[in-house]
Design a binder for this molecule. Sequence first.
Ligand code: MRU
Length: 316
Amino acid sequence: MIDQTLLPNEFKYIYCDDLPSTWEAIKSLRVRGAPAIGIAGALGAVLGIWNSAAKTYEAFAAELKSARPTAVNLFWALDRISRTAEENKVLLAEALEIIAEDKAMCRAIGQHGMALLNENDTILTHCNAGGLATSDYGTALAVMFSAHKAGKQIQVYADETRPLLQGARLTTWELMQAGIDVTLICDNMAAQVMKEGKIQCVIVGADRIAANGDTANKIGTYNVAILAEAHGIPFYVAAPTSTLDFALETGAEIPIEQRAAEEVTKGFGKLTAPEGVKVYSPAFDVTPAALVTAIITEKGIARAPYTENLNALRDS
Ligand code: MRU
């Protein structure tokens, strides 16, 4: 996998050949983004199961699941590997199938989503929901890649995404490589940029979407959704159906990962707050469905009422 913690300074592949190294890669965000975490989890399970001392699959999977609690894709992929084992099928083939499906889903999300964009639109995005966060092509960025490829003139504003700067380090890097016009802003500039009339829509990814459409995504996404509502700007979520969690009625039930204080106070090796200061660092927030204009999936676009329409989409 690409070690995403090193980007954009260094492009380096790391090789995980056992469960501990895969767990560490997920925990420390070397691999990150909901679909990519799911894929790493599935492959980690295949690698780790040979030498596991765990008595049950649940006990074995619990270790991997403990790496990151919010993105449902990790849980979804590990449950899929479990079902594969129960059916006496080849686990590696299933993990590779998850990758192939993810690739197809990303392309389909791009195709559905680009219909929402007009010529000369400027899109604001938060965090990184690009190729790095998936098997390739991304979710929110897939919409931009597809529109660009189809010849639509679009521009993008990327929030830097404190504290780990996925927007600054990864999203701008991906968009620049694709030749898409991207402008980096600090997170706290989004309101001003919207007020200046620069943004026509927001598109973000998701880590887990509850049955009612409440959407967990990178911390700060909720802020952006409120700003979009205040400025009358559509707020779109792009995610594969593997990110939908129908077991949860609302977003209130989504577990929110807490991250280490040092990521805020000493993010990239330089102390930016007094040593020992108290820190609260939730990695995700939940945007209420009422603020979500539409959810773009590989099966099509769902709008409110989400409980009804996401269900219909799942069964389509
Ligand atoms: O902590 P991260 O970097 O894994 O958070 C990632 C996000 O919030 C992404 O927006 C989300 O996983 C969607 S990726 C297609």
